[in-house]
Design a binder for this molecule. Structure first.
Ligand code: PEP
Ligand code: MN
Length: 341
């Protein structure tokens, strides 16, 4: 249920409404817009009686939210959410390019990639220190040593960092280094991790599960939002279909569908969708054209030697070439490309 306050309502009236919500055993989530303040009342809706709220002073109207996700919904917040990461605005008319290797392998590998992607126009450096691998015999990531490398790369280049967190136990350590915490496709419904991600302050990039519907995806985001962390970036990274020519099928229609239903920023990951380097740039162009708020691209200085996902990684030179067209497409789409000095 959403309570819309009258534009002229006072802060005392708002406080009174919030108190009443608490008294009834529900959690208020206040969103202050330019003209109106709205309050999301979250809890078991079956126990929620809208009538007493309608009668409170300062209340304009009470709207039931029929969608299963509430705080993630456009009904709750009409304007696009913009998330600031190291001063970089993500969402709402800005286009953000994240790039870097699949996995952190060494300081040299990360530094070489970081310098080159920065030179080509990326603003956030990616790289997994903890890797969710299908086989237990594959490279599992450098763990804490990988985080140290990312911290050093940030110090030397000034680039913001995104890296994956796989367990709520690792979250405090990963959050010390990373500016954005990535929750990977395989963990989209790891509810203990979503819960912990919602109870801390770092922005979360939540990837869509391999076989998840958009509704399930938004409900996972809702877990994080409902715990008090409103900084969630959604990432479509390809879903499983019957098609075998690509690793996954990039669901570009997810962008307009999510944008209609939710205010959260949506970025696309063409690398994990394509699975092959030769398709990545074309899918990146489609991502910009479909109205995504950004892209995340795997780049490795020597893809043939990569410990992980080398077949889908662009070389820094290929990334640079791709960025030339991305810059034009972003302009055509009326967005502003985020830049770092
Ligand atoms: C990744 O970004 O490195 C990754 C493992 O992605 P996904 O969770 O989408 O498979
Ligand atoms: Mn990867």
């Amino acid at each position: 249920m959403i309570i819309v306050m009258k534009p002229a309502s006072s802060s005392k009236e708002l406080e009174h409404v919030i108190k009443t919500i608490h008294k009834q055993g529900f959690k208020p989530h206040v969103s202050k817009g330019e003209e109106t303040t709205i309050i999301g009342v979250i809890g078991d809706e079956r126990k929620l009686d809208p009538v007493p709220f309608q009668l409170l002073p300062g209340v304009d109207r009470v709207i039931p939210v029929l969608k299963p996700f509430k705080l993630a919904s456009r009904d709750f917040k009409r304007d696009d959410t913009v998330i600031k990461v190291n001063g970089i605005p993500i969402g709402g008319g800005h286009f953000t390019v994240i790039a870097g290797p699949c996995a952190v392998e060494s300081l040299e590998q990360v530094m070489e990639t970081a310098k080159k992607i920065k030179g080509a126009g990326a603003v956030i450096l990616r790289g997994g220190a903890y890797k969710p691998r299908t086989s237990p015999y594959s490279f599992q990531g450098l763990g804490p040593a990988g985080l140290k490398i990312l911290a050093e790369a940030k110090k030397r280049t000034g680039l913001a960092i995104i890296t994956e967190v796989m367990s709520e136990m690792d979250l405090p350590l990963v959050a010390e280094t990373s500016d954005i915490l990535q929750i990977g496709a395989r963990n989209m419904q790891n509810f203990a991790l979503l819960d912990a991600a919602g109870k801390q302050k770092k922005p979360i990039l939540l990837k869509r599960g391999l076989s998840s519907t958009i509704e399930e995806f938004l409900l996972s985001a809702e877990y994080i939002l409902s715990r008090g962390n409103y900084q969630v970036i959604l990432c479509e990274r390809g879903i499983r279909t019957f098609e075998k020519s690509t690793r996954n099928t990039l669901d570009i229609s997810a962008v307009p569908v999510i944008k209609k239903q939710s205010h959260l920023p949506v970025i696309l990951d063409p690398s994990h969708a394509a699975g092959y380097q030769e398709y990545v740039s074309d899918l990146a162009y489609a991502s910009a054209a479909v109205g995504a708020d950004g892209i995340m691209i795997e780049v490795h200085p020597h893809p043939e030697k990569a410990f992980c996902d080398g077949q889908e990684s662009l070389t820094p030179e290929q990334f640079k070439t791709m960025m030339i067209k991305i810059k034009s497409l972003v302009k055509v789409m009326g967005k502003r490309l985020n830049k770092v000095s």
